[in-house]
Design a protein around this ligand. Structure first.
Ligand code: RP5
Length: 168
């Protein structure tokens, strides 16, 4: 098993169904990752150990997902000196807007790159793009991925032209 370069961390196992989509993308690109459930609120000491040790463990990017008063990504960015991508997770009471604003509105000096609510796939693709800055092989894979998406849309349009919207 290769040493992880991306850390996927989430505040609760209830976040796992959404956060696992990041793992699937990283697997598709062959990027080694570690995945943890760690709560900044409920186990602050465990969280500090995780985030403070992340650079020494070899992580280059952290993808942190959290819901509600979502401090996890911001606290990762406070303790880990490399890029942190925050994923605001949907919450029942406020529909994820609470998570979104908690993660997005970071005070100046501690950046968190925030993706859409439940935007785990884009978080992983952004992490791959960051790693591709120094990896020509990953850059080629990203170009191929974009090419496949383009083909998929063209096929859909071709079918629409062929059968019309009623039969589509
Ligand atoms: C956050 O609180 C987690 O990220 C999760 O989205 C939310 C609710 O957690 P649980 O009550 O489901 O454990 O810390």
């Amino acid at each position: 098993m290769e040493k992880p370069v991306v850390g996927i961390v989430m505040g609760s196992d209830s976040d796992l169904p959404v956060m696992s989509k990041a793992a699937a993308i990283l697997e598709e690109f062959g990027v080694p990752y570690e995945m943890r459930v760690i709560s900044a609120h409920r186990e602050p000491d465990v969280f500090f150990e995780y985030a403070k040790g992340a650079e020494a463990r070899g992580l280059k990017v952290i993808i942190a997902g959290a819901g509600m008063a979502a401090h996890l990504p911001g606290m990762c960015a406070a303790l880990f000196p490399l890029p942190v991508i925050g994923v605001p997770l949907y919450s029942k009471t406020l529909g994820g807007e609470d998570s979104l604003y908690s993660i997005l509105q970071m005070p100046s000096g501690i950046p968190v790159a925030t993706v859409a609510i439940d935007g785990t796939k884009n978080a992983a693709l952004l992490a791959v793009r960051m790693l591709a800055i120094s990896s020509p092989a990953l850059l080629e894979k990203l170009k191929a991925y974009a090419g496949k998406q383009c083909e998929a849309v063209q096929k859909k349009d071709a079918r629409l032209q062929e059968v019309g919207y009623k039969e589509y």
